[in-house]
Design a protein around this ligand. Structure first.
Ligand SMILES: [Zn+2]
Length: 237
């Protein structure tokens, strides 16, 4: 873990909190993408499979009291909305949220990056389970079936090993990453995200006509943030 996410922990800095989501019953199959499609042709919900979404949303529910204190996240199914589907995008932008929850998760999914650094089991850096007040980083781990992460990986995962998902977020700005260990102990980053409150003041000024980050002209204004559906640029008040 430290090799993939270098972080100067020590006596002067709080150790990251660890959140281990409850295990999901191993039933049901993932929604597999249609065969023959390239990555660019696939929809967000085809590459971010229901078990991966469930892990992300359980992480949000388990850590929302730190990321956005006071924002309720009821126990209800989260829906993923692809924001740049059918545009041939290399990075899939999606929004994960529920009917009555007060936060949403905006994600950018991409094909797995090669694992960085020397092999070192990330599990050794996890520490003690539990989400503690004052944590600067929160982490979560989960295991899913190989087919659940196959669309995100550049190699076919072993059918005999249940890959690990490792979610990690900084409390200060509620941004984080999800990485996959398909069984060799090395993390491959596949997705980054930000958790945003759905209620609150508008960002200052008018909605930008063009995205400041990618210059496309589809910026949307939500109640408490502006969001570019093409690159996931966001602005808050
Ligand atoms: Zn943009």
């Amino acid at each position: 873990m430290r090799s993939a996410f270098p972080e100067p922990y020590g006596p002067s800095r709080p150790h990251p909190a660890i959140f281990v989501p409850p295990r999901r019953p191993r039933t049901g199959g993932p929604t597999r993408p249609a065969p023959g499609l390239t990555w660019a042709e696939r929809r967000c919900d085809e590459v971010v499979t229901p078990p991966v979404r469930a892990t992300l949303w359980r992480f949000v529910r388990g850590t929302a009291h730190l990321l956005h204190p006071g924002a309720a996240t009821p126990d209800e199914p989260a829906r993923l909305t692809g924001l740049n589907d059918r545009r041939g995008a290399g990075v899939k932008i999606g929004m994960l949220g529920t009917d009555t929850g007060r936060v949403c998760l905006v994600l950018r999914a991409h094909l797995a990056e090669p694992p960085a650094g020397p092999a070192r089991p990330w599990r050794h850096g996890l520490g003690v389970p539990g989400v503690r007040p004052g944590a600067v980083v929160v982490s979560g781990v989960d295991q899913v079936a190989p087919a659940d992460v196959a669309p995100l990986l550049t190699e076919e995962p072993s059918p005999h090993v249940w890959p690990w998902l490792v979610v990690r977020a900084a409390v200060r700005d509620a941004t984080g990453t999800l990485a996959v260990d398909p069984g060799d102990g090395l993390l491959r980053p596949v997705l980054d995200f930000v958790v945003l409150p759905l209620a609150g003041p508008h960002p200052p000024g008018e909605r930008p006509v063009r995205c400041p980050a990618c210059d496309r002209g589809r910026v949307r204004r939500y109640a408490a943030f502006d969001l570019c559906p093409d690159c996931a640029w966001t602005a808050t008040a």
